[in-house]
Design a protein around this ligand. Sequence first.
Ligand code: NAP
Length: 277
Amino acid sequence: MLGVIGHPIGHSLSPRMHNAAFAAGGTGPDGVDYAYVAMDVRPERLPTAVAGLAALGFVGFNVTMPHKEAMLPLVDELDETARLAGAVNTVVVEEEGLLRGLNTDGSGFVEACKEAGVSFAGRGVLILGAGGAAAAIAVAVLGEGASRLYLANRTAQKAGELREKLSKVALGAEILGCPFEEVEDIAKEVEVLINATYLGMKEVDPLPLPVGALTAEKVVCDAVYLAGRETGLIRRAREAGARVVPGGRMLLYQGVQAQRIWTGREPNLEVMSDALA
Ligand code: NAP
């Protein structure tokens, strides 16, 4: 058994994506027949639910909003990316029920960018947001050699805290703050623009970036995804001729990486992608 815990969870596309691959692959060469379920876990029940999953013999599980940060103290081992990101999105249940916390959001994001022909070496990047997704993406783009990283967040203090944490893994890159009001100016200076806020999840949301910042020379990436359609940001950026990386591709690749870790098999990318579409 595999699954995802969150609250609410009914909207999650992960069961569809993972189960499509398991159905297509059958029991696989190892003879194991996997199934992936979505579980609604209220925040006050998180520790009990997690202990229950280990006791039930789950192979692993994903963790989504609002539990990604609360999961940190509940695992026995934490990998470096999850520690730096301050968020766990994937848990492996080891022998004896020991829990290993990982984060595949950042590496999934990078894999989605590679698919779109986007690399980060020597490039300037602006990330909007300072939550779990922004932190995981920031760690990953620094690891890929970005030379300058601007962080802009509605609550400036949170961006400052993230900057401080990232400075320890900056690998020579400059990490700079960007007041939310100055995003348009900074956007002109960098090649890659990334939205990792909630903006775009609701139909009524304003665009996270000013339309003037979306030009043909930019790469525009959105962590936000909507079932079966593009976000406003991706649509406007595509119309402006920019290269785009939609949140759905990040979702796909974070799932591919988690499935690879849990099963040791090479996931069926095409089937998973079709299931999401
Ligand atoms: P989080 O830790 O709760 O952080 C939310 C971020 O959004 C914070 O920086 C917050 O700013 C900002 N924000 C919220 N409402 C805003 C508004 N009205 N205006 C401006 N900024 C606002 O959440 P998260 O886990 O990082 O997730 C962020 C987004 O990424 C979500 O849409 C999530 O679904 C998506 N995501 C996608 C994937 C994927 O695989 N595609 C993976 C992970 C996350 P403050 O600090 O000011 O509150």
